[in-house]
Design a protein around this ligand. Structure first.
Ligand code: AHM
Ligand code: MG
Length: 280
């Protein structure tokens, strides 16, 4: 696994440079979820793929920006699903973005995830690695230095409610309103990496991206976004659910499947489960 972490560090240093100097214009292409790709999405994807291709222990990779799985080494052990530059449209307005990596064994599905890594590109570059626990590293003078282990509190005070609000189910709106009425503060940048990172580092809260009338299965992709963060939240003593069950029990039928999702500390997620059970 260490060789994969090193590869992610190397890719991240290059992606940081790309974010600082690259062209933020749209490309002519769409990804398989129908989003227009930015030149930055494609360039980050190439950086990561080129580095992963040099690692014999990687069996196959699949990127949010590509249609198909890329097979690398027949005798390799690991499968990696990644979102090279999540929230890339935020680069234009100079907000934080991130890369997300899910490391799987045998199959690209929730029960096969064995580790997860994300990298936040903000005022600083930080990498969070979840294997047995959740460790944060910060890029300093070209090297990632260990900073702290991340553990969520039982209850937090941040609320990050995603998706199109006029497409929310009435009970979902009531849940979010009730949470605000209990004193939670709004924190939502539109980049799931910095938004989820903030909740992890500030002790807890709730990030939600529900199913809506415009997108009944939500927007966030299972393999590239939801499962990696679900793994991280669980290892940090929090939870991740689809409203009814653990996100890591959601079935995958296609590599680009999406799912409604909720990440947070235990108090907030138990509240979501209770409300969804009553109304779902
Ligand atoms: P992307 O992979 O196309 O960048 O989209 C994912 C991003 C997430 O980072 C974020 O949580 C979500 O889209 C925001 O969506 P919305 O603007 O609908 O709230
Ligand atoms: Mg993404």
């Amino acid at each position: 696994m260490q060789d994969i972490i090193k590869a992610i560090e190397e890719a991240s240093i290059k992606i940081k440079e790309l974010i600082e100097t690259g062209d933020t214009a749209k490309s002519e292409q769409e990804n398989s979820t129908g989003d227009t790709q930015l030149k930055l999405d494609i360039a980050s994807d190439v950086i990561i793929e080129d580095i992963f291709k040099t690692i014999p222990r990687i069996k196959a990779i699949v990127s949010e920006e590509q249609e198909e799985i890329v097979n690398l080494n027949k005798d390799g052990e690991y499968l990696i699903a990644y979102d090279p530059l999540d929230g890339s449209s935020l680069v234009d307005v100079n907000l934080s973005v991130g890369s997300i990596y899910g490391i799987y064994k045998d199959n690209f599905d929730a029960k096969s995830i064995i580790a997860s890594v994300y990298v936040v590109f903000g005022p600083r570059v930080e990498m969070v690695v979840a294997i047995d626990d959740v460790k944060m590293y910060r890029l300093k003078k070209g090297k990632f230095e260990f900073i702290q282990t991340i553990v969520l509190n039982e209850k937090g005070n941040l609320n990050a409610p995603g998706s199109t609000q006029n497409c929310w189910a009435p009970f979902h709106k009531e849940l979010i309103d009730d949470i605000f009425n209990d004193g939670y503060r709004l924190r939502y940048s539109g980049g799931m990496v910095p938004d989820l990172h903030q909740i992890l580092l500030k002790g807890g809260g709730l990030f939600s991206y529900p199913g809506t009338t415009d997108r009944p299965k939500g927007k966030l992709r299972q393999l590239f976004e939801v499962f990696p963060f679900a793994y991280t939240y669980e290892k940090a003593n929090g939870q991740a659910v689809d409203g009814f069950k653990r996100a890591l029990e959601v079935e995958t039928t296609h590599i680009h499947d999406t799912t409604p999702c909720f990440f947070g500390s235990n108090t907030e997620i138990n509240r979501v489960l209770e409300v969804y059970k009553k109304n779902g």
